[in-house]
Design a protein around this ligand. Structure first.
Ligand code: SAM
Ligand code: SF4
Length: 329
């Protein structure tokens, strides 16, 4: 699938639910209204839709949310998609998770064909963790990581850089990741959804984070790519890799290879733009896959050149009204 800018779309991120057992301050407001269940695709419908995407050339699938692993029966979907790995056209199946369900599910994920996961942790301080996630417990996530290690999953830690919250801890986290054998990615906060706070109060440019880390570590630029937008360096002192995701300070849209599907079957061609295509209607209208395939190809032809996120006191609180939990981070 080629878009109008000759970018090959081979990566689908699927938000399997907009619900979550945490309420991270940069992601959700404390009182969220979630999508009505009748609008949400069943797991069978999601599997059918993902399978169609794979047949159209998607090689990498990432399940996200909301918290993907809190959706009831999620393993049945993951096992179904895992079957596409064996000669079915899919090259990689991954999950982004807050880690809370890993004590229960890590082994099952491996059995289903998942080899790598991203786990989001913004601090190693249990009190701060509760403040950031509002409802999360660090202990439970660490137990999840222990289970992932035992199951043989490769782990990458995602941390959002938050001004005045975890800026002074990122070096410690990097060392901890090195000790546990994890790569790490630091993400700039993106202006998505009204969260009841000014984004500019959370926003910390990664250029500043990088210069601070460079005082303690030797960062060597490397070509490593995981199909995502992160730019990686090797940390000579730990041997681990560190990725920077910088939508605000460095626009990475020219190499964008992805589209995003929500749990209601809406396809977003860009995380930072509103244009979307409804795939639920053609999916439910016919047993034939043709109407969906046609809708997907039409949508890809509208993939925009890039996003236009701006964080500014003069600007709107949110550049896109959707929360990250809807489109899937
Ligand atoms: N619940 C899972 C988790 O936390 O990993 C998956 C969904 S979450 C929306 C995916 C990623 O998006 C997480 O790493 C989270 O930190 C990040 N995220 C959420 N809101 C964000 C925002 N406004 N800006 C930047 N990253 C955000
Ligand atoms: Fe939930 Fe992930 Fe959003 Fe936190 S970042 S509220 S864990 S979806």
């Amino acid at each position: 699938m080629l878009d109008p800018f000759e970018r090959e779309v081979s990566y689908l991120r699927v938000s399997v639910t907009d619900r979550c057992d945490f309420r991270c301050v940069y992601c959700m407001a404390e009182n969220m209204t979630f999508l009505p269940k009748r609008d949400v695709l069943s797991l069978e419908e999601l599997e059918r839709l993902c399978t169609i995407f794979v047949r159209q050339g998607v090689k990498k699938l990432r399940l996200t949310g909301g918290e993907p692993l809190v959706r009831r029966n999620i393993m049945s979907l993951i096992r179904g998609l895992g079957r596409l790995l064996d000669g079915g056209g899919l090259e990689e199946l991954t999950v982004t998770t807050n880690g809370s369900q890993l004590p229960k599910l890590a082994t099952e994920l491996v059995d289903a064909g998942v080899k790598r996961i991203n786990v989001s942790i913004d601090t190693l301080d249990p009190k701060k963790f509760e403040t950031i996630t509002r409802w999360g417990k660090l202990d439970q996530v660490i137990a999840g990581l222990d289970a992932a290690d035992r199951a043989g999953l490769a782990v990458k830690i995602n941390a959002v850089a938050l001004k005045g919250v975890n800026a002074d801890e990122l070096a410690t986290m990097l060392r901890w990741c090195g000790d546990r054998g994890y790569d790490m990615t630091i993400i700039e906060v993106m202006p998505m959804g009204d969260i009841g706070e000014q984004r500019v109060d959370q926003y910390l440019p990664l250029s500043m984070v990088r210069s601070r880390l460079a005082e303690e570590f030797t960062l060597t630029d490397i070509d490593y790519a995981t199909g995502g937008p992160a730019r990686y360096v090797k940390i000579e002192e730990t041997g681990g890799r560190l990725g920077f995701i910088t939508p605000m300070t460095h626009n990475f849209c020219e190499s964008c290879n992805r589209v995003r599907l929500t749990c209601t079957g809406t396809l977003y061609m860009c995380l930072g733009q509103e244009d979307a295509a409804d795939l639920r209607e053609p999916l439910r209208a016919s047993e034939s896959d043709e109407p969906v395939i046609q809708a997907i190809h039409e949508a890809i032809q509208r993939k925009p050149k890039g996003h236009d996120f701006i964080i500014d006191r003069r600007g709107p609180v949110a550049a896109t009204p959707r929360h990250m939990s809807v489109t899937g981070g």
